[in-house]
Design a protein. Structure first.
Length: 95
């Protein structure tokens, strides 16, 4: 469960992403066969929030099995219809 508070909320989309901070993938075949690819801030779950109101809110987001809680975080942001992001925050996941 994620708890957050909106202050001076204006009409916009609120989005939330579950992010894996660092990844490593060993490629077994193809043109990258034998290579280890690394990634940073890989989105593992992404949702647009609905029924958001001014003040306190809560939201549940699924955490895929196998992710290390010390290597994931939540990013919540506020985006206007013209795609301008007017607020964002990031927090570690506490289970």
């Amino acid at each position: 469960m994620i708890d957050y508070t909106l202050i001076n909320a204006e009409s916009a989309l609120r989005k939330i992403a579950l992010v894996e901070k660092k990844t490593k993938t060993e490629m077994k075949g193809g043109e990258n066969g034998g290579v280890t690819l690394s990634g940073t801030n890989v989105v593992r779950n992404f949702q647009a929030l609905s029924d958001v109101k001014e003040g306190k809110n809560s939201y549940n987001i699924d955490i895929p099995s196998g992710l290390d809680k010390n290597n994931i975080s939540i990013v919540l942001y506020h985006q206007k219809a013209n795609n301008e992001i007017t607020a964002a925050c990031q927090s570690p996941v506490l289970r």
